[in-house]
Design a protein around this ligand. Structure first.
Ligand SMILES: CC(C)=CCC/C(C)=C/CC/C(C)=C/COP(=O)(O)OP(=O)(O)O
Length: 568
């Protein structure tokens, strides 16, 4: 994989560092597995008809989602089930107001006391939905399913659907919620037993349990949950035909929009001609698009996605330049140029870095022009400052790598919290958001508040758990695993366990910070939450960003290539 090469580079003369050969370490990343597959886009023939159908069905679903005058308990139970289905089918973004109104009404009506005679399944779904919506209902309600010794009752063990719902609800836990910690341990153990039980005859239930154990709903991306849930929902006797059909059409229409975007961005990427200009850079455009789609999949975020794709792929170019190809002296010059952020710096740069720098300025200038017209120039001020901070910290990592220095865990985290790039990406998510974003939003994100830190930590730890071995083989900066092992004298195995626990603790912070009142308007919380979620796809079974495995390839094909058959 990795190799250290001697290569003579034209920049050496400009740099005045050495007229002889420059030693570079390079990694031979494999080429994109997707080739030009997403370069061209063809609209499906029946798309206009599908759009019309979807429009009509959407209004039918909307009517079902509005509370009627009768407003009885039974209606509330049904409404909770319907909202759960709407969310899991991936179409909740069409009905945000209706969902907010209904859940608020239920919160105001019942407070912490969801109907006493309700079963575990209904109570768990109520709890999860309200917590997801930011209503801080008490987890104390689950104590009634425990005996005097604090163990879950025998009746719970027999209620498999109830346990499955409780398992999903428990993932909304925050620090100190012992009843939810106990519920999670109990349900996980019981559900694992059922999943491993060869005598269990209900194959469909078994699959649902396996999928839930693999990834709880809290960590699941809405588009991936939609793919999984559509066939399950269809089998439910009480399903709404309008909702089912609408979800399928909407999934396919969005897929078509995403294909169009990916084609547009593939052309931009191809035009950069990196294969010839910067052959050391990874070509992971399609995997990168999956990453961005995880943050925002809704049609209204088209501009943000295009901007994020350009700017995040530049982040990858920078990452490979600092981690891999650039010499320390070159990187110092580049970092200085970024701090000055001016086209006049181009002449000071080594030849191969000029196009990177120019593209960095261009992508931000493009955004700046749009924002200036809207009187929002400060949006780009903050994101540019975060890019500057990012390169300064990449340079520190390059120094550590050059000196083979293993920092303390605290030193490492203070730098890699920035170089994992999530803070900067979150800020960039807000650049084109108009109504809710204020200067305070940028001040919030740039100071790395608990939610942003938690999201960064989840990425850093999961990425390092997945890539530690591969990165060790090359001259990469010490990973958090190495730092931890050295500082605490523990094995790699123990460190991995400790980090997995830290990831779960970070999720508790994500949950806490999502409860009302929130530090910033609730819709703006989605980028850090979804960025945490995507790690659970990309880094759970290895490094699926750099080396997409079979399952990742399947995911990308289902999301971006294969429409769902309308008669599923
Ligand atoms: C569209 C697009 C490309 C999205 C990517 C999002 C992004 C910029 C993520 C941050 C950088 C990162 C962790 C890259 C993974 O490579 P790595 O494992 O080499 O990272 P490391 O050098 O920090 O370990």
């Amino acid at each position: 994989m990795s190799s250290t090469v001697l290569c003579s580079h034209s920049s050496a003369a400009d740099l005045n560092i050495s007229k002889e050969a420059v030693i570079r370490s390079t990694v031979n990343f494999h080429r994109s597995i997707w080739g030009d597959r997403f370069l061209t886009y063809n609209e499906r023939e029946d798309q206009a008809w599908e759009e019309q159908q979807a429009k009509e069905l959407k209004e039918e679903v909307r009517k079902e989602l509005v509370l009627t005058g009768s407003n009885g308990q039974m209606q509330h139970v049904k409404m909770i089930q319907l909202i759960d289905a709407v969310q899991r089918l991936g179409v909740a973004y069409h009905f945000e107001e209706e969902i907010e109104d209904t859940l608020k009404h239920i919160f105001v009506t019942y407070g912490d006391h969801w109907m006493d005679d309700c079963n575990l399944e209904s109570t768990s779904v109520w709890f999860r939905l309200l917590r997801q919506q930011g209503f801080n209902v008490s987890s104390g309600i689950f104590k009634k399913y425990m005996d005097s010794k604090g163990n879950f009752m025998e009746s719970v063990r027999k209620d498999v659907q109830g346990m499955l719902s409780l398992y999903e609800a428990a993932y909304m836990r925050v620090e100190g919620e012992e009843v939810l910690d106990a519920a999670l341990a109990f349900t996980t153990f019981q559900l694992e037993n059922i999943a491993n039980d060869h005598m269990c005859k209900d194959a469909s239930l078994k699959i649902q349990i396996e999928k839930a154990l693999e990834q709880p709903l809290r960590k699941r991306l809405p588009r991936l949950e939609a793919l999984r849930y559509i066939p399950i929902y269809q089998k439910e006797a009480s399903h709404s035909e309008a909702l089912l059909k609408f979800s399928i059409l909407d999934f396919n229409l969005l897929q078509s929009l995403h294909q169009k975007e990916l084609s547009q961005i593939s052309k931009w990427w191809k035009n950069l001609d990196l294969q010839n200009k910067l052959p050391y850079v990874r070509d992971r455009l399609v995997e990168g698009y999956f990453w961005i789609l995880a943050i925002y999949f809704e049609p209204q975020y088209y501009d943000v996605r295009i901007f994020l794709m350009k700017t995040c792929n530049l982040v990858i170019i920078l990452d490979d330049t600092y981690d891999n190809y650039g010499t320390y002296e070159e990187l110092e010059i580049f970092t200085e140029a970024v701090q000055r952020w001016s086209a006049s710096c181009i002449d000071t740069l080594p030849e191969y870095m000029k196009s990177i720098y120019q593209e960095l300025l261009d992508v931000h200038k493009e955004a700046e022009e749009v924002l200036e017209r809207k009187g929002k120039a400060y949006h780009s001020y903050y994101t540019k400052e975060m890019v500057k901070e990012y390169t300064r910290n990449l340079l520190i990592e390059a120094k550590w790598a050059k000196e083979c220095y293993i920092p303390t865990v605290e030193e490492h985290m203070s730098v890699t919290m920035v170089t994992c790039a999530y803070g900067m990406i979150i800020a960039k998510c807000y650049v084109y958001n108009n109504d809710l974003v204020t200067e305070d939003t940028f001040k919030w994100v740039s100071t790395y508040p608990p939610l942003v830190k938690a999201s960064c930590l989840i990425l850093r730890l999961m990425d390092d758990i997945a890539t530690h071995e591969e990165e060790q083989e090359r001259n990469h900066v010490a990973s958090s695993i190495e730092c931890y092992m050295k500082q605490y004298g523990v094995s790699e195995e123990q460190t991995r366990e400790i980090f997995s626990k830290q990831v779960e603790d970070a999720w508790k912070v994500v949950n806490q910070e999502s409860l009302r009142p929130t530090a910033i308007p609730r819709p703006l919380l989605m980028p850090p939450i979804n960025l945490a979620r995507v790690c659970d796809v990309l880094y759970k079974h290895g490094d699926d960003y750099n080396h997409a495995g079979k399952e990742m390839i399947n995911i990308i094909e289902s999301l971006l290539a294969n429409p769902i058959n309308v008669s599923v």
